[in-house]
Design a protein around this ligand. Sequence first.
Ligand code: NAD
Length: 321
Amino acid sequence: MFIVPEKEIAALIGRQDSFTAVEKVFASMAAKSAYNFPVIREAIGHADALYGFKSGFDREALNLGLKSGGYWPGNAEKGLTNHQSTIFLFDADTGKCRAIVGGNLLTALRTAAAAAVSVAHLARADSKVLGIVGAGHQATFQLRAVAEQRKFERIVAWNRSPEKLANLEKVAQELGLPFESVSLEELGAQADVVVTIVSSNAAILKDVHVKAGTHIACMGTDTKGKQEVEAALVARATVFTDEIAQSVSIGECQHAIADGSQKEMDIVELGSVINGVHAGRTSDAEVTLFDGTGVGLQDLAVASAAVDLAIAKGIALDIDF
Ligand code: NAD
């Protein structure tokens, strides 16, 4: 069995390998050769923690396993990341544990890769302005991954506490792109691609904010009750997702489904576009929306890629288990 510690991940796997792994597994999900098992997430009644696991099996890549982890709000005081996760991979032929992989950085990489894959397949080719809503831990990963997908000329961003946008501004400078902190109205009027990555229980981006032709990647809503965009915006858009079951229950679509303005049968798996089964965007005026809920198969895909790279580089710890 191999162990790939968290501290080794950054040097092993980057945005390109994560993009490839996530794009491939979305395609396998839509082709019904990979599927996720039901998500478990529980308040454990200790340390205020939320704990759970996401799991699945990809018959194409033979990735079987789970990501175990959650949120420990007191960790920051202990010098640790609040979100903690570990990925376990099992041999699909024998059930033996194949690898244990640090999952913290991989979670950010695979989440940003999902947004990037959606932009690659759904945004207008002539997109020039990228808008980011949010400035938390995930936001800089999103900015870096999505910025690579089109020839963006400018970044505009909004956050509830605008001073926290300094992190995004720094990344924009590294990328050589002008950066502006703007209102939601300005962001929606200017951006051709919008990523929302906040933890909110009420809509932030409204239907009226968003201009025709925009692609929106909603990445922050991964739990019942969370919401980033108005249900009317979901209803106006052509909606794509990683997994329909999660989209309607814990994803951004939960609200439009609940008020009846969105039908489950109209939600398209992004993998169908990757596989060429669905045309994706069909006009420059269409608003496309990707509801990125985050599936266990994404974690297994990037973890498996990291293990292969770690073995090839002689970094993986080989334990007789
Ligand atoms: P974080 O705690 O570091 O940052 C939270 C962000 O949300 C900040 O920008 C903050 O200003 C904003 N925010 C919080 N409450 C708000 C409110 N009421 N109104 C407006 N803005 C508010 O979180 P993070 O790690 O960057 O994660 C952001 C979101 O993405 C979380 O909801 C997280 O659960 C989710 N997430 C989703 C996936 C996925 O696969 N879809 C993966 C990882 C994280």
